[in-house]
Design a protein around this ligand. Structure first.
Ligand SMILES: NC(=O)c1ccc[n+]([C@@H]2O[C@H](COP(=O)([O-])OP(=O)(O)OC[C@H]3O[C@@H](n4cnc5c(N)ncnc54)[C@H](O)[C@@H]3O)[C@@H](O)[C@H]2O)c1
Length: 259
């Protein structure tokens, strides 16, 4: 059996200039894969670009813009073929309760922005990358590619004040199986990861007591998840050819309370 040359099968990581996406980009690069990052943050793109050096490429743009995703696909195809995608671009903003103090309704623009970034952005990434993968040579199993969507524990048990983010992440949980079924005809698998609370740089600014209190709520192990644990799970879901349509929780058995 000939060894697979990882470098000719590129991995596209959206939101790959920060947090879980950055850790995933660096991990895949360390495993010999060619990595393409698509992220809208120019400064962070410059930093990850230097770290990936000639083993990768960075496209500074948005998952909401078809042209930017197409540019990232072309960059991936420049290494050989686009084989794997990890759609990390996402996040939430504080929107408060559905009806806040004094009876004010939830801000509509926050809700729409959150759905746009997480749901529309991931859908746009998946539709354009899967279309590109449909022209890849099929492996003996008939596989042409694989994708990982990124949802959240909040998509299962969203907390009070998270209605926009929780609704968006629930939509991605629902999207996973349908996408896997839709793309079965072209040999592209789709799975998702639902992280609990991960130890990304966002926590560097937070008070130590706040982090410790959160760690205490995780059944086991009593700590936040490591970004590399996320990257390794992504690698498993992408490489295990019988994993399809699955949403994997990565949370130390944490289940969020109402607030
Ligand atoms: N960190 C956690 O604990 C955690 C928990 C559950 C789920 N998640 C999910 O994991 C994913 C990554 O989270 P993170 O904590 O690493 O976030 P992060 O904010 O560190 O990174 C997100 C990246 O996405 C980029 N981005 C934002 N909008 C974009 C757009 N339109 N186009 C391209 N790039 C865009 C940002 O510039 C940023 O670099 C998100 O989907 C988040 O909802 C994170």
């Amino acid at each position: 059996m000939t060894a697979v040359d990882n470098s000719s099968r590129a991995v596209l990581i959206t939101g790959g200039a920060s947090g879980l996406g950055e850790a995933t980009a660096l991990y895949f690069s360390s495993q010999g894969h060619s990595v393409v990052v698509l992220d809208r943050d120019e400064q962070k793109c410059a930093v990850i670009g230097k770290r990936l050096a000639d083993r990768g490429a960075v496209v500074c743009g948005s998952v909401l813009e078809d042209n930017d995703i197409e540019e990232a696909i072309e960059a991936a195809q420049g290494f050989g073929e686009l084989r794997w995608v990890v759609a990390c671009a996402g996040g939430g903003e504080a929107g408060g309760r559905l009806v806040g103090k004094g009876g004010a309704p939830h801000d509509m623009a926050i809700f729409q922005r959150t759905i746009d970034l997480n749901v529309t952005g991931s859908f746009n990434t998946l539709r354009l990358t899967a279309s590109a993968m449909s022209t890849n040579l099929a492996d003996p199993d008939g596989e042409r590619g694989a994708a990982v969507l990124v949802t959240s524990g909040a998509g299962f048990e969203g907390q009070i004040g998270q209605i926009a983010y929780g609704s968006a992440k629930s939509a991605l949980i629902g999207m996973t199986l349908i996408a896997a079924r839709d793309l079965s005809s072209i040999g592209v698998r789709v799975n998702a990861i639902a992280p609990g609370v991960m130890d990304t740089t966002a926590w560097e600014q937070a008070p130590a007591e706040m982090k410790a209190a959160l760690e205490a709520t995780v059944p086991f192990p009593k700590r936040l998840g490591a970004p590399e644990e996320f990257a390794k799970l992504a690698e498993h879901l992408l490489s295990n050819r019988y994993m399809n349509g699955h949403v994997a929780r990565l949370d130390g058995a944490l289940r969020f309370a109402p607030k």
